[in-house]
Ligand binder design. Structure first.
Ligand code: UD1
Ligand code: CA
Length: 454
């Protein structure tokens, strides 16, 4: 079946009170339209047509991709008009599926069954039974329960308003009928808009079958018109993520205090404490423990490692059985080999830290290779930057860097070498040697302290 998908995203979203077009407001760190695109892609369409209008340039710039055909709708004359703008770009489709750029929680399964039920010959509607359907178009059925039409709230009679089956707006149009229906719409209604929903009565009048399906939950089809609704969607998304992680074998100290903004892959018997944020692509292997208030972005944490409270990891690979934090900051390009230990107030960047090496306190290690079993004393700084260029520091296996050493790169500390505390090391240190690079202590006997003059 040749499937084309049209996503409506031209509206302004006035109630967001924002310079950002509504569909770019994020849920779980991703624009709402990005979620709709992901769902659309999962169905393997021939093309995705996104109808844009308000903030069109920003929307396109933010989400442009090869499989998207951007369609401009200069004036928002209604949902039917919006879909019609995409029609000239759609040839011989079996089905045209209409989605909304501000409905991010729709599940692929729900959409797939709508699409499959409708096929190429029927009109497919996704409807939802609601406690409070106000604002929604109502599904009008005859005495036998057959769908007759959709009537918009503003056009509905008192009796029609009592109907609790609402139109989600998501719809599958048979490709061979779409053009004829959409071109035949009128805007003779309460809002003077070309309603997409009017195709239902047209289908019925032409004896085209109407297939109705429903989502598993109302949240799936909920859109965000304001920031309150956006927050509801965000929490709903997060609760889905937490449930999934628990199902896969992760213990969460509090499922309501974990935020996932990306794709997280987990092993089993992982413990995640409260207020953790996982962003981008994160992989967490078996038996990892993550302490409270950690932020982990685009990183891998291998089996058995412990990330203690308030640590911030980005673009980092933590090997097996490592110990990180509390208060560690691992920046992009950090790679910890098995059993390495990074303690409090340590910042690393582009640092390869060897097996079992330790950087326990108050250090900056950047553009560096730290050998297996090396010990980096408290307050050690790799001086990697001269204000213009960056240079590399190499620290050999089993080296011992005394506290408060400044290692001025480019510099190499040989295997098993030692630097004396407080050294400013500007030259390479041979293996096994001791480098002392600090002024010698002088003691002045019987020193008289100054006395207060007046
Ligand atoms: C629409 C449906 C209604 C349904 C509701 C679900 C119609 C006529 N009504 O009503 O039955 O219950 O959605 O939320 O379809 N848009 C465009 N261009 C336009 C008009 C709209 O891109 O010219 C986009 C908007 O940005 C929005 C979506 O289409 O994302 C829905 O438009 P909106 O005007 O909010 O439709 P509703 O009145 O909510
Ligand atoms: Ca709406």
């Amino acid at each position: 079946m040749i499937l084309d998908i049209v996503i409506l995203a031209a509206g302004q979203g006035t109630r967001m009170r924002s310079a950002l077009p509504k569909v770019l407001h994020p849920v779980a760190g991703k624009p709402m339209l990005g979620h709709a695109l992901d769902t659309a892609r999962a169905l393997g369409p021939r093309k995705i047509h996104v109808v844009i209008g308000h903030g069109a340039d920003k929307v396109r710039e933010c989400l442009d991709a090869d499989d998207i055909n951007w369609v401009m709708q200069a004036e928002q004359l209604g949902t039917g008009h919006a879909v019609a703008q995409a029609l000239p770009h759609i040839q011989n489709a079996d089905q045209i599926l209409v989605l909304y750029g501000d409905v991010p929680l729709l599940r692929v399964d729900t959409l797939r069954s709508l699409s499959q039920q409708a096929g190429s010959q029927a009109l497919g509607l996704l409807t939802v039974n609601m406690q409070d359907p106000s604002g929604y178009g109502r599904i009008i059925r005859d005495a036998a329960g057959r769908v007759q039409a959709i009537v918009e709230q503003k056009d509905a009679s008192t009796e029609q308003l009592r109907v609790t089956e609402g139109n989600t707006g998501i719809m599958a149009l048979p490709g061979n009928q779409a053009a004829q229906w959409l071109n035949g719409l009128s805007n003779d209604n309460a809002q003077s808009e070309y309603y997409l929903t009017d195709v239902v009565a047209l289908a019925v009048s032409q004896s085209v079958p109407v297939e109705v399906s429903q989502p598993a939950s109302e949240l799936e089809v909920m859109g965000a018109n304001n920031r309150q609704q956006l927050a509801v969607l965000e929490r709903a998304w997060q609760s889905i993520q937490s449930l999934r992680l628990m199902t896969e074998g992760v213990t969460l100290a509090d499922p309501e205090r974990l935020d996932v903004r990306g794709e997280v892959t987990v092993g089993r018997d992982i413990f995640v404490d409260i207020n953790v944020v996982l962003e981008g692509r994160v992989v967490i292997e078996d038996n990892v423990q993550i302490g409270p208030h950690c932020v982990i972005i685009n990183s891998v944490v291998r089996a058995g490692s412990v990330i203690k409270a308030f640590s911030h990891l980005e673009g980092t690979e933590v090997g097996e059985d490592c110990d990180v934090g509390p208060y560690a900051r691992l920046r992009p390009g950090t790679r910890l080999q098995r059993g390495a230990k990074i303690g409090n107030f340590v910042e690393t960047k582009k640092a390869d830290v060897g097996e079992g090496a330790k950087i326990n306190h108050l250090s900056y290690v950047g553009d560096a290779f730290v050998g297996k079993g090396a010990n980096i004393g408290a307050g050690t700084i790799t001086c990697n930057y001269d204000g213009v260029n960056k240079f590399v520091t190499r620290i050999g296996e089993g080296a011992f860097i005394g506290s408060n050493s400044a290692l001025v790169a480019p510099v190499e500390i040989g295997a098993g070498a030692t630097t004396a505390a407080g050294s400013t090391v500007t030259q390479d240190v041979p293996a096994q040697a001791l480098a002392v690079a600090r002024s010698r202590q002088r003691n002045i006997e019987k020193w008289k302290r100054p006395i207060k003059t007046s």
